[in-house]
Design a binder for this molecule. Structure first.
Ligand SMILES: C[S@@+](CC[C@H](N)C(=O)[O-])C[C@H]1O[C@@H](n2cnc3c(N)ncnc32)[C@H](O)[C@@H]1O
Length: 271
């Protein structure tokens, strides 16, 4: 079987789970052969050795495992992060959260940030690289997430400016924080997840029975500690409840932002 034939066959097999089957077949093959995707075109007529092993990867994808868990990597901004089972795959919409947090850091000359729910490290990593003066304390309750975050911070050389702490919310953070940034779990436990998302850790997805329970706890924590700025991602249908919680706590009216699909996706509060 040639490389081109293998790609055609793999595209057919992953079609039912992949929106761009050919692209995914190529990503899997370039990962398998440890080469650039563009190189595959040059090798199209070459015989694919070990085709059986390649089709084992294709089978995992056919069964709806996220491609990022199979290849062990995800792109976020210009970075390539290591990910795997046990840690959330950073999503493109979270780049908007980073932009919102970056605007506040730049505008208010912020030096101390805390991230709640660091996951693979995506958000803290981009902020730390963009603002060399910034000190970030990033928390998570998951050992696996903290393991990946550590690897990714080390890979990009910002481990001395992003301190990782295993704790609930900010319970293990003693220093004064000026900005909290968070993409917390915010899906309702009653929501039926699509197949690929079922592979991701529950503690990274579900925020409680309603979905916004952890967001509420974050806002209470920010209020209690008198942290002046917050930037959070949220679910597209949580605008009303977040506004109510924020006003009830006396944090003021949140400023909401939308994602590229035009859905409410997050908010900032400057109190
Ligand atoms: C949606 S993921 C976000 C990961 C990463 N920040 C990103 O955007 O890709 C949420 C993260 O919050 C963590 N988490 C859940 N509950 C938490 C809590 N009470 N305190 C701290 N972290 C928590 C989860 O383990 C998970 O890594």
């Amino acid at each position: 079987m040639t490389i081109e034939e293998a790609l055609r066959e793999a595209s057919k097999r992953v079609k039912k789970v992949a929106t761009r089957p050919r692209l995914e077949a190529e990503i899997l093959l370039s990962y398998f052969l440890d080469c650039q995707r563009t190189t595959l075109h040059l090798l199209a007529d070459r015989e694919l050795e070990n085709a059986k092993e390649y089709f084992k990867l294709v089978k995992r994808r056919e069964e709806a495992e996220p491609i990022e868990y199979i290849t062990g990597r995800v792109s976020f901004y210009d970075l390539e992060l290591e990910v795997g089972p046990g840690v959330l795959i950073a999503r493109p919409e979270t780049e908007l959260l980073v932009e919102k947090a970056a605007e506040i850091v730049g505008e208010k000359k912020i030096e101390r940030v805390a991230e709640i729910g660091v996951g693979s490290g995506a958000v803290s990593l981009v902020l730390a690289r963009r603002f060399p003066h910034l000190h970030i304390t990033a928390t998570d309750i998951s050992d696996k997430a903290l393991e990946y975050a550590k690897k990714n911070l080390l890979r990009y050389g910002v481990e001395d400016r992003v301190k990782l702490i295993k704790c609930d919310l900010l319970s293990g953070v003693d220093e004064d924080i000026e900005l909290v940034v968070s993409n917390p779990p915010y899906i309702s436990e009653e929501f039926n997840l699509p197949d690929p998302v079922k592979y991701e850790p529950k503690e990274a997805l579900f925020g409680g029975k309603r979905g916004d329970e952890l967001l509420e706890k974050i806002l209470e924590c920010v209020k209690r500690r008198e942290i002046p700025y917050i930037a959070c991602e949220m679910g597209y249908d949580q605008r009303k409840s977040i506004e109510e919680i924020s006003l009830k706590l006396g944090l003021g009216k949140p400023i909401f932002y939308k994602d590229l699909a035009g859905l409410d996706r997050g908010f900032i509060i400057k109190s």
